[in-house]
Design a protein. Structure first.
Length: 259
């Protein structure tokens, strides 16, 4: 596989020979990818090619699917987390996830953000207040909601709800943020807003984003991996992958989608 790995000293996450099976459907084949700290990596490819499957492996979410088998190594800061005794709640504290459809809880804005920290034992009101404010600020939502933290999150617009979901993920102070097509339910304006937010968050987080929007990968991702039928065909710096793809399957996909 043509691949330009991330610098050794900046590896936040890495998969080695990762294979996923749903019963006899071999949905992910020998995925070897490295994600560098403080970078955005985009996963692109046609629907059904295993992008979400791969992403869900990274914070052990596929473990909830009974007929799913995951083989290979998932190294987080150098340690394999794909082991039977790994604590999934601990992993998800370090590796957060944002989904395709904004899915705020049926709770106030404040309680949406405070929910997970409370579950992890934070009870101090001042500490929670601070976490709620800093998370909302990081997600570029604070100015819009600071005066109505007690109102329901469901009254927010779609774009605001997605930023709330990002704030909710940030409240646990993770190192890595996984995003599965986070803008696909949003209008172009909200999409651009989230894109610039993610670019700002790079200073503090490592991000892996699944997107069906090639322009989005081009705009925000440092590296891009192209998936086809469960296989990572090519992985490189975004500019190189888009302008000088090595594998003809990559160029076919890119020209088909652009041309
Ligand atoms: N929960 C599941 N149970 C069984 N098969 C699944 C499940 N999730 C995904 N698959 C299968 O795995 C393959 C990859 O799907 P997915 O990872 O969702 O692709 P993508 O995100 O690229 O659209 C598809 O064949 C899909 O049908
Ligand atoms: Mg998907």
């Amino acid at each position: 596989m043509p691949m330009q790995p991330a610098p050794t000293d900046r590896r936040a996450l890495q998969t080695e020979n990762l294979n996923v099976y749903y019963r006899d459907n071999h949905a992910l084949k020998d995925a070897n990818l490295i994600f560098a700290r403080n970078e955005i990596t985009a996963l692109i490819g046609a629907s059904g090619c295993g992008k979400s499957t791969f992403l869900r492996c990274l914070n052990l979410m596929n473990r909830q699917i009974p007929h799913c088998r995951i083989e290979g190594r998932i190294l987080f800061e150098g340690t394999d987390i794909n082991t039977a005794d790994e604590d999934v709640y601990k992993v998800r504290r370090h590796i957060g996830m944002v989904f395709q459809r904004p899915n705020p809880f049926y709770k106030s804005i404040y309680d949406n953000i405070a929910f997970a920290p409370r579950q992890h034992g934070i009870r101090d009101k001042a500490e929670l207040d601070e976490l709620v404010e800093s998370s909302l600020r990081q997600a570029a939502l604070w100015k819009e909601v600071s005066g109505k933290l007690d109102t329901t999150a469901l009254a927010l617009s779609g774009g605001q709800q997605q930023r709330l979901c990002i704030a909710r993920a940030l409240a646990l102070k993770p190192e890595v943020l996984l995003l599965d097509e986070p803008c696909s339910a949003l209008d172009p304006r909200s999409t651009r807003y989230i894109e610039s937010l993610l670019t700002e968050l790079k200073d503090a987080y490592t991000m892996v984003i699944v997107t069906h929007n090639l322009q989005q990968a081009w705009r925000i991702a440092d590296r891009t991996a192209f998936f086809l039928l469960g296989e990572v065909v090519e992985y490189n710096a975004t500019t190189a992958l888009f302008t000088e793809p090595v594998d003809t399957r990559t160029s076919d996909y890119l020209s088909g989608r652009f041309g």
